[in-house]
Design a protein around this ligand. Structure first.
Ligand SMILES: Nc1ncnc2c1ncn2[C@@H]1O[C@H](COP(=O)(O)OP(=O)(O)OP(=O)(O)O)[C@@H](O)[C@H]1O
Length: 276
């Protein structure tokens, strides 16, 4: 079996005259936990949107493959994208839940990629689907909130519901775009631990863009860093040097290595409880 689940080759993406991605090439292997780092505006969200086919790349020769099949090439999305999208779970900073629907219903929309469209639109799910949705919610500690409206949940709970949705979807690859950027420190760690668990227990490959370098160090093995749209680092998280971080962000590395909500730099912290 091909262990490469995602492959970007010479990808450019422009908005008018502005080139947001410049000749980005990248391979993600099954089971990896990859942090996407870079200063604001470096192209992280653009790359994630291109990788899942929500945005087209420039028609100048680049291409993206997922699970060994073409996802898009030369500015055109593959006609088979629906089949690939079933295998890719996407998590956004703003949760993308429907506030007036119950948490359960939101989570079950994860099945709509597999179920007939009419069933998803009608919200008709069988007992088996409901049981699986409850299991997914239980696994992230949200079973008590299953029948509440999604709008009544805290930000951290909403993000956990979004994680339950990709769990139910059965996604093999999760692309998470700054999933903790709007959360408080304790919800941040809870959400990051659940994402790491998806990787460890459910075997999902994880690509997550993060603002905090400390979170990348704590939860990921590999870092891909962008600067002005170009890939400038791809390697082990442990090999990131303070000098490189200062180059990447233009600010002191000590500030970047601070854990959210902590006065302690990540290098002084005890090992993560989840670590294998
Ligand atoms: N829809 C768009 N139209 C025009 N320009 C855009 C669009 N989306 C992104 N850009 C530009 O492309 C560049 C990369 O943006 P992107 O959102 O990918 O960066 P980012 O690294 O995710 O930033 P942040 O960390 O602040 O979210 C920026 O200069 C941004 O202004």
């Amino acid at each position: 079996m091909n262990s490469i689940v995602l492959k970007a080759s010479s990808v450019n993406r422009s908005y008018g005259d502005h080139r947001a991605l410049r000749n980005v090439s990248l391979e993600i292997r099954r089971g990896e936990r990859v942090a996407l780092l870079g200063a604001s505006g470096s192209g992280k969200s653009t790359l994630i949107r291109c990788l899942c086919g929500l945005e087209t790349i420039d028609p100048d020769g680049g291409q993206i493959e997922a699970f060994g099949q073409l996802l898009q090439a030369r500015g055109r999305i593959s006609p088979d994208i629906r089949a690939q999208r079933r295998r890719i779970g996407v998590i956004f900073q703003q949760f993308n839940l429907v506030g007036r629907l119950s948490v359960m219903h939101n989570v079950m929309t994860g099945l709509s990629a597999k179920a007939p469209l009419w069933r998803a639109l009608a919200g008709r799910y069988g007992m088996g689907d409901r049981a699986r949705a409850l299991d997914a919610l239980d696994s992230i500690g949200l079973a008590p909130q299953a029948f509440q409206r999604a709008s009544t949940l805290s930000g951290g709970q909403q993000q956990r519901a979004a994680i339950a949705r990709v769990l139910l979807q059965g996604a093999e690859l999760v692309l998470a775009d700054e999933p903790v950027a709007s959360l408080d420190p304790s919800s941040t760690h809870r959400v990051m631990e659940h994402l790491a668990e998806l990787n460890r227990n459910a075997g999902m490959t994880l690509v997550v863009s993060l603002h905090h370098v400390a979170l990348a160090k704590r939860y990921c093995d590999r870092v891909v860093a962008l600067r002005h749209g170009a890939l400038v680092y791809d390697g082990p998280v442990a090999a990131l040097t303070p000098a490189f971080l200062e180059h990447l962000y233009g600010t002191a590395a000590a500030d970047l290595l601070q854990e959210p909500g902590s006065d302690t730099s990540v290098s002084e912290m005890p090992p993560l409880a989840l670590a294998a």
